[in-house]
Design a protein around this ligand. Structure first.
Ligand code: SAM
Length: 779
């Protein structure tokens, strides 16, 4: 039986495959119809039982089970073993070129020495960490007032880097009932708009890494460290697709402990403005403790909390926080000192009494870090590649970023590049609306119970964003059914797909180079036999893939049926679908693998026609001799042509099915995770898949798909990185690698003479070129 024989007739017509349960692919509808009450909720639930081959909710419940894949890679729990590097106190002078006409320059190196901008950066940092992490804690700058890091007053930074004079950052820090402090927009904000460029109060980086194509996630709060590593996404990066674009966390990416940051906060030299910022952040800890909003995991001394409150509080605005090392006049008493000494002795610091002594400091700092710090195994891979510098794992404290509260429907996204953290609007925000990021990373694309459990466990608060509110109104049994479906998709179907993908990977290897060397015997096989082996592997994988396809189709039937019973707004419906994302991505992944398996199988038959074996030749000659003159060759030709047309048509339909599924995933990413690296990766994947499709199946529909895909990729890139139209700060990571610092372990590192300057944001063309490069590296 050939591989295609596994498909039932409806599937050949674009319908559903036969499942391993032997039911018709449209069976769930029959079951639904057979239930008393037809389509009511109970009927749906009982039909669900019929369709799930194994119990789908275990003792622990779905919300505890689904993130298991993510939990396999805990972050920031094990200190890194870093190559020892020391950063003695030093002064570096950097010259870089200023804005006009600079947008297309890819290498910061090219910018050095040209006219216009000169910034003097004094870097004083902790000396020699035992673990070799780099600590970038105290950077103070002065210089040209038209630049972000050189503003004399520190008040107009955002105007300066966006070039919009007179319109100070369109954000304000306010108290938000039930959440503590938060950030609101003072005017309407649009996706892609740069909102803040934040410098860290402290930053610990791991050693330089070369990007390796695997998925990344946008920065998540440290409290969520166990959730931020996303499971390998079938539709997203890490997939085996030839159109795959995975460009995230370097594989060597290791975790850095919170303790490393705490210890750097203790070791860094402190001046009063920075102490004020720290005290300001610490107030958040105390507030959350006193309101019970977010109980810290340790009790803090009542005296310290009371002292901070009675100090009248430290009132800072966002501009004080975006660059904590550039906040104007240090107090007279503010000679460099340690945090403990500064907090207990510095009279100019309102929050000085927060610390009762060095003994408490570590605890307090730990609480500040826990509540406010952010970390990932890598900073942004695309920007690093664009600017020609390596990636670093990191954990850092960016005070302005720390003021952003969470929403499951975020309208802002954070991107870390070197030591800067950029905040960009990723969904429209009305004037007065709160600007929120997500703390959940990829797991924000999951059902409410899962999101809620993660936020409550890691951050100790209950999200009441509009998406959560809408999902709360879903009847309980339905919500349970949906959670079960998600769990089925991620716990059972995705592993099945992974196994099939592994088999196909082997088959691609065998068939791919056409001259496969057998590892054990060292015997080189012919192209034809290798392709035949590939076809065999594809044929072996197909039944499992078709089974998954059938199960996914049934799950979708159930979900869509039940979703249709609720009266939801289009936005709410999109959010519900986003919460079922694992099911959508399972479908896309499955469609992709089936497309590949069929292509492998059919190319094998083509290959054997091209290179018939001696036996085939003999049979063929015999047939010709016996045939009526002129008849058989013609019949054969017609048959072969028909077969080929059928095959191409089948491949086209399967490929379109894959593209449709991917397109939906992309839409959902845009609805609930816009501007995330997952969103960008998926957009790149979709773009590449559409381009591959149109190359294989030329025609107006393919062309249209490819155009649409490119637009969507540009939108995703624009949301995360800007459109290149505005001037922005290109990152000052050069400050980490100033004169005298050994950069030999960081190939391509930005050297002292190339400390970056405000430049035009990367253009879309630049970003697309880099994306393509990363993709080629992966292939
Ligand atoms: C990084 S801080 C954000 C700033 C914080 N509101 C403050 O005043 O310091 C994170 C904490 O803010 C609170 N928070 C953030 N998002 C929230 C939300 N959607 N609902 C309730 N509290 C939230 C929680 O206490 C959380 O642990």
């Amino acid at each position: 039986m050939g591989p295609l024989a596994h498909m039932c007739s409806t599937q050949r017509m674009g319908g559903h495959p036969a499942s391993s349960w032997g039911t018709c692919c449209q069976g769930y509808k029959a079951v639904l119809a057979a239930q008393p009450g037809g389509r009511n909720r109970n009927a749906v639930l009982s039909s669900a039982v019929l369709y799930f081959p194994r119990p789908i909710s275990g003792d622990r419940g779905p919300v505890l089970v689904w993130p298991a894949m993510a939990l396999q890679m805990p972050m920031f729990t094990t200190p890194l073993r870093h190559k020892a590097r020391s950063f003695p106190r030093q002064t570096a002078t950097a010259t870089a070129a200023a804005a006009p006409g600079f947008g297309c320059s890819l290498s910061p190196r090219l910018t050095s020495g040209t006219a216009g901008y000169r910034s003097t950066t004094t870097l004083s940092s902790s000396s020699g960490r035992a673990d070799g992490c780099t600590a970038n804690g105290s950077i103070s700058s002065s210089g040209n007032s038209s630049t972000f890091n050189a503003s004399a007053s520190g008040r107009n930074r955002i105007d300066n880097y966006t070039g919009r004079q007179g319109s100070l950052a369109p954000l304000r820090l306010v108290d938000i009932p039930g959440k503590g402090r938060g950030v609101v927009a003072t005017r309407k904000l649009n996706p892609g708009e740069l909102l803040m460029v934040c410098r860290p109060l402290a930053l610990v980086q791991g050693p330089a890494q070369t990007p390796v194509p695997v998925p990344q996630q946008q920065p998540a709060k440290v409290g969520a460290r166990r959730t931020q590593q996303q499971p390998t996404s079938p539709a997203g990066a890490g997939a085996t697709g030839s159109d795959g674009v995975g460009f995230g966390v370097p594989k060597a990416g290791a975790s850095i402990s919170e303790a490393a940051l705490v210890s750097d906060l203790q070791r860094l030299e402190w001046r009063n403005p920075q102490t004020r910022v720290l005290a300001f952040l610490y107030r958040g800890v105390q507030q959350s403790e006193s309101t019970g909003r977010s109980a810290p995991r340790r009790a803090f001394p009542v005296t310290a909390a009371a002292a901070a409150d009675s100090a009248g509080g430290v009132i800072l605005d966002l501009t004080d926080l975006t660059d904590p090392w550039d906040s104007g006049e240090p107090s007279a008493s503010a000679s460099a000192t340690t945090p403990a000494a500064a907090m207990s002795a510095g009279p100019a610091v309102t929050g000085a009494s927060v610390a009762q002594g060095a003994g408490l400091m570590a605890d307090q700092l730990a609480a500040v870090v826990r509540l406010n710090a952010t970390g990932l195994p890598s900073d942004d891979v695309l920007l690093a590649k664009l600017y020609g510098r390596p990636n670093h794992s990191f954990i850092g404290l960016w005070p302005a970023h720390a003021m952003l509260n969470h929403s499951c429907a975020p309208n802002a996204v954070a991107v870390v590049s070197g030591s800067e953290l950029f905040i960009r609007c990723c969904a429209p925000v009305p004037a007065g609306g709160e600007v929120c990021i997500t703390y959940s990373g990829a797991l924000g694309l999951g059902p409410l119970p899962l999101r809620r459990a993660l936020l409550e466990r890691n951050h100790r608060f209950r999200c009441r964003c509009p998406r959560c509110a809408a999902e709360e109104r879903v009847p309980r049994e339905l919500a349970q059914l949906w959670s079960d479906i998600v769990m089925l998709a991620s716990q059972q179907l995705q592993p099945q797909l992974m196994a099939a993908a592994a088999a196909l990977r082997v088959s691609n290897k065998v068939g791919g180079d056409g001259n496969f060397n057998n590892a054990t015997s060292g015997v080189s096989t012919t192209a034809a036999s290798a392709t035949a082996a590939s076809a065999t592997a594809a044929a072996a994988a197909l039944p499992a893939l078709l089974d998954v396809r059938g199960q996914v189709a049934k799950c979708f039937g159930l979900f869509e049926e039940t979703l249709g019973q609720l009266s939801l707004s289009p936005q709410e419906e999109l959010w519900m679908q986003a919460s079922m994302y694992p099911l959508y991505e399972t479908r896309a992944r499955c469609a992709q693998l089936i497309t590949r398996a069929v292509a492998n199988a059919t190319s094998a038959s083509g290959a054997s026609e091209e290179t018939p074996s001696p036996e085939q030749d003999r049979v063929h000659v015999q047939q010709l001799e016996q045939a009526e003159p002129g008849k058989l060759p013609h019949q054969q030709q017609v048959q072969a042509q028909q077969q080929e047309e059928d095959t191409i048509e089948l491949e086209r339909r399967l490929s379109e099915e894959y593209l449709d599924a991917l397109s939906l995933c992309l839409r959902l990413q845009g609805a609930a995770n816009a501007g995330s690296d997952m969103h960008v990766q998926l957009a790149a994947r979709y773009d590449a898949a559409c381009a591959a499709h149109v190359a294989r199946h030329p025609g107006p529909r393919g062309e249209q798909l490819a155009t649409d895909a490119r637009q969507r990729l540009e939108r995703a890139l624009g949301t995360r990185y800007g459109t290149g139209a505005e001037t922005q700060f290109r990152g000052s990571s050069g400050a980490l690698r100033t004169e005298g610092v050994d950069t030999s372990d960081t190939p391509g590192a930005v050297k002292a003479d190339a400390i970056t300057a405000p430049l035009t944001a990367p253009s879309l063309e630049e970003l697309v070129v880099v994306l393509d490069e990363l993709r080629r590296q992966q292939l």
